[in-house]
Design a protein around this ligand. Sequence first.
Ligand SMILES: NC(=O)c1ccc[n+]([C@@H]2O[C@H](COP(=O)([O-])OP(=O)(O)OC[C@H]3O[C@@H](n4cnc5c(N)ncnc54)[C@H](O)[C@@H]3O)[C@@H](O)[C@H]2O)c1
Length: 275
Amino acid sequence: MSHNLLKGKKGIIFGALDDRSIAWRVALACKREGAEFVLSNAPIALRLGALNALSEETNAPIFPCDVTSDQEVRELMKKTKDHLGGVDFILHAIGMSPNIRKKVEYEKLNYQWFQQTLDISAVSLHKVIHFAEEEGVLNDGASVVALSYIGAQRIFSKYSDMNDAKALLESIARNYGSRLGGRGIRVNTISQGPTKTSAGSGIKGFDGMYTFAEKIAPLGNPTADECADYCVTLFSDLTRKVTMQNLFHDGGFSTSGISEQMIEDLAKMYNEDTE
Ligand SMILES: NC(=O)c1ccc[n+]([C@@H]2O[C@H](COP(=O)([O-])OP(=O)(O)OC[C@H]3O[C@@H](n4cnc5c(N)ncnc54)[C@H](O)[C@@H]3O)[C@@H](O)[C@H]2O)c1
């Protein structure tokens, strides 16, 4: 059901790859709420062709952009300005670690790939805001949201160098939030619980992390659609004084210790008495 929360708002949505992507679900939710936007992804991801269906469904053009390239990000901002004028929201839903992809352990990181992890997954947020500012794309009162993970605060061993990337991403959001507040612009990160997407499933041990979080979180793991609804609230005028925050959207996982269910499961596994 639409609440028209984004009626008249314009935006840029980065990171929709296929219909499981969080950004894909955000695009559908933004459309439902009355927004107009452009979609962007790396040229290599666009070759898969899946994004065309979303583009048609939401009536949004696709502007290719590899976020590691200053020139491509600037070009994207120029095209967006020509198409929409200024924007009121930006979703950064971008993450990738070549080390994780190529199964290189944290103690043996390939440093060139580590740089790429940081560049793609974190520095890109700086780049997007920087060039949006330089090209005059961000409207006063706009809202920028980037997707993060609790690996920024607590180490999940299989998340490897992405733990570091998310810590940097959250810091960049705070740093820019402090600078843009004078124009009423908010910058926040949403720390989403494990979600079965292409990036998520690419992590070795993801199923274990997913099941663990599901058993600990009182509300269970959030879906990509639920994350999309949360993004809508942050893009809307209902959250005008929320900025420089890392907001957990994880069913309560981040503030839980252990659950009754987990105690019972462990007792069964180790043949212990729970009475
Ligand atoms: N899936 C999860 O469990 C989970 C949990 C918390 C946070 N997140 C974060 O959510 C965001 C979206 O991930 P997702 O789970 O929807 O997976 P996804 O694979 O659908 O999205 C990742 C996107 O990053 C894009 N990308 C990679 N390199 C790029 C580049 N150089 N330039 C432009 N785009 C590039 C990919 O093409 C893809 O569209 C990521 O930041 C991810 O870390 C995911």
